[in-house]
Design a protein around this ligand. Structure first.
Ligand code: SF4
Length: 148
């Protein structure tokens, strides 16, 4: 089973209540080939919700909102659920929304809320990678999609 960021399948779970629909990814879900999950909603956060970015605090990746609240615990709760589901399903591949503090697999925002991107992974992408899951974002997946 392939795990996909739920927003890529057209589910309106983004922080601003919108989706990031990629029709090819939604089709995989409708065909039963992929499971859509949103780690932030699984962590108990509401939709819409406040925008968050990852910031290094005391050498640790923390998730802070643009108002300065530390929401690392909520984000981590969702990550743990996605990681467990991936383990149960023996998931080998995930297609995750780029640049998200949860799902970003190659670039994330730098924590300053200024729109600056840096190399790095969101918390969920890091956890899945540690479990040996191969990560794609929606852009590089579309180039490789003939394999799926
Ligand atoms: Fe999409 Fe992931 Fe953000 Fe949920 S946490 S809205 S699945 S990018």
């Amino acid at each position: 089973m392939i795990i996909v960021s739920a927003c890529l399948a057209g589910i309106k779970c983004r922080y601003d209540g919108k989706d990031n629909l990629v029709p090819e990814i939604q089709k995989m879900v409708l065909e039963g080939k992929a499971l859509p999950l949103c780690p932030e909603e699984l962590g108990g956060l509401p939709t819409p919700r406040i925008s968050c970015e990852i910031r290094k605090i005391n050498g640790r990746n923390s998730v802070v909102s643009e108002k300065g609240e530390d929401l690392t615990r909520e984000f981590q709760t969702g990550v743990d659920k996605v990681a467990k589901i991936a383990q149960i399903l023996d998931c080998k591949t995930a297609i995750l929304k780029s640049r998200s503090p949860s799902c970003g697999s190659d670039q994330i925002y730098d924590g300053s809320f200024s729109g600056k991107l840096i190399p790095g992974k969101g918390l969920c992408a890091s956890a899945l990678k540690e479990q040996g899951v191969q990560l794609f974002n929606e852009e590089n997946f579309l180039k490789e999609k003939h394999k799926y």
